[in-house]
Design a protein around this ligand. Structure first.
Ligand code: CAA
Length: 281
């Protein structure tokens, strides 16, 4: 019998995780609060798989087979039979804590509860449940179908067994799991976000244009995207939230968010998803 993976949240990360899990042969239950969020998520999965159909790396039949493995629901209770549930809701401690508390109530005691958080403490999320030994971070990167990494974060109480199960699930999904401790921003965002923030400071101080800053990092460092383009891709609200977690959690002024980043978020210029960030879309 194939494993059933639950995904909470059908946004960018949630639908990507659902796609790779279904493609790896898992049954998937994806839950969001509204049907239109689910429909949008399923449409994104369809589009993403279609790229591979167009490139003749997947047949239309296989695509339908993958889509058929994904059950979309607004009922949290539909996740009760999952062996692992991966939470990918908005990056907000209160919202995530509520989800973990509810998942703890409705899933089997053996179910692993993983969070795709990009910076929130796994130890805190574990403490909201009666099974902190089975709570762990599985931080996927965007776009999930393309990026190879899963950053695996162990909370203070996460057991070795949970860690091993998540490592082997990551292998099954075709990802490479690399582990780190539960520290603000983990490794990925502790290193990435200050670079993005510094690029925003360079723009703010008029050191160079947006095109120059991005071009210098793309051509000079062989990055696939310049830092301002990447910030727009990630979402400027997400970048700001992560900088705030680093600043508060590590207490060092070097992590203070650039005033220009704050101003853009205040204006609702959140990057690609809102049609405007450092670039216009
Ligand atoms: N679904 C499926 N496939 C996708 C895809 C998607 N959403 N987006 C791109 N692809 C595939 C394309 O089909 C293409 O595949 P092939 O090469 O096998 O044909 C490949 O990815 C490259 O895509 P494109 O040619 O369209 O464009 P590109 O070469 O510019 O690559 C990119 C796009 C993969 C996004 C690349 O620009 C990139 O790697 N950017 C950096 C992404 C990054 O840093 N992500 C991490 C963000 S941080 C994060 O996620 C964590 C956090 O906590 C904030």
């Amino acid at each position: 019998m194939s494993e059933t993976i639950g995904v909470v949240g059908a946004g960018t990360m949630g639908n990507g995780i659902a796609q790779v899990a279904a493609r790896a042969g898992c049954d998937v239950v994806i839950r969001d609060v509204q049907d239109d969020f689910l429909q949008r998520g399923l449409k994104t999965i369809d589009k993403s798989l279609q790229r591979d159909v167009d490139k003749e790396r997947l047949s239309t039949e296989e695509k339908h087979g993958i889509l058929g493995k994904i059950k979309a629901t607004t009922e949290l209770s539909a996740l009760s039979g999952c062996s692992v549930v991966i939470e990918a809701v908005t990056e907000n401690l209160e919202v995530k804590t509520d989800v973990f508390r509810a998942l703890d109530q409705i899933t089997q005691p053996t179910t692993i509860l993983a969070s795709n958080t990009s910076s929130i403490s796994i130890t805190k999320l574990g403490a909201a449940t009666r099974r902190p030994d089975k709570v762990i971070g599985m931080h996927f990167m965007n776009p999930v179908p393309v990026m190879k990494l899963v950053e695996v974060i162990r909370g203070i109480a996460t057991s070795d067994e949970t860690y091993e199960r998540v490592r082997s699930l990551s292998d099954k999904l075709g990802k490479t799991a690399l582990d780190c401790q539960d520290s603000p921003g983990f490794v990925s965002n502790r290193v990435l976000m200050p670079m993005i923030n510094e690029a925003i400071f360079a723009l703010y101080e008029g050191v160079a244009t947006r095109e120059s800053i991005d071009g210098i990092m793309k051509l000079g460092m062989n990055h696939p995207m310049g830092p301002l383009t990447l910030a727009d891709f990630i979402g400027l609200d997400v970048c700001l939230a992560i900088m705030n977690v680093l600043h508060e959690g590590l207490g060092d002024p070097k992590y203070r968010a650039c005033p220009l980043l704050k101003r853009y978020v205040d204006a609702g210029w959140l990057g690609r998803k809102s049609g405007r960030g450092f670039y216009e879309y």
